[in-house]
Design a protein around this ligand. Structure first.
Ligand code: SF4
Length: 217
């Protein structure tokens, strides 16, 4: 039976969760409800559609234990859109790994359900734009490009994103899990004022800005 994770090299790194040796597993890359500006994962994993079986995943997890991996990071795509995710997280938990879920924050109920079921130990949430009640026409144009790589999507899509991510942040605050981190990619479409607004909104939470690398260069 197939797991939720792509059959792929499993990178091991200290950089993704600073100071913690972590390994990354990826759910289906095209399963995402955003289409962010120059999404790295969509480019790097193009055409990859094979998944670990549970037997293969078990072997991988045994190997990662031997390597001293301390944390498993679930990335994607958007993992909260994966219908069978619980089954795969349950399987990982049997190997006693803490798990961090990387999410774009648009599925707050699913995030809360995973926390309540004890399947995740932290959430890495990418806050891609300032989360405001109102936006100027200029902001809406830029933020549509950040989130959807297009200016022809409905303006309400930006407001919907903002509301959903704010709900996810409330859930993150409610549970204060040990491996939680908020991040913002420094997209070239963001202004210094945008970054200041994001920083102000998130000042009570662990948050970092990550540099933007153009995957086409
Ligand atoms: S949320 Fe993540 S996977 Fe989805 S399009 Fe944006 S960067 Fe890519």
């Amino acid at each position: 039976m197939r797991s939720s994770f792509l059959r792929n090299e499993v990178p091991v790194t200290f950089r993704d969760h600073p100071g913690v040796q972590s390994a990354l597993l990826y759910t289906k890359i095209n399963l995402c409800n955003l289409n962010c500006y120059k999404c790295h994962n969509r480019r790097f994993f193009k055409g990859k559609e094979e998944f670990f079986t549970f037997e293969e995943l078990g072997e991988k997890l045994e190997m990662l234990k031997l390597l001293g991996v301390e944390l498993l990071i679930i990335s994607g795509g958007e993992p909260t859109l994966e219908p069978e995710l619980e089954r795969s997280l349950d399987f990982i938990k049997a190997y006693s790994f803490p798990v961090r879920l990387d999410t774009n924050g648009t599925r707050p109920e699913r995030v809360e359900s995973l926390i309540r079921e004890g399947l995740i130990d932290g959430v890495a949430l990418d806050v891609k734009i300032p989360l405001l009640d109102e936006y100027t026409p200029d902001q809406l144009q830029r933020f549509k490009r950040v989130l959807f790589s297009s200016t022809s999507v409905r303006e309400s899509s930006v407001f919907e994103y903002s509301n959903l991510v704010r709900r996810t942040i409330e859930i993150i605050k409610k549970y204060s899990l040990p491996y939680t981190l908020l991040r913002t990619v420094e997209y070239p479409l963001l202004t210094e004022e945008d970054k200041r607004l994001i920083k102000t909104e998130l000042k009570s939470l662990p948050h970092q800005f990550n540099p933007f690398f153009d995957p086409e260069e």
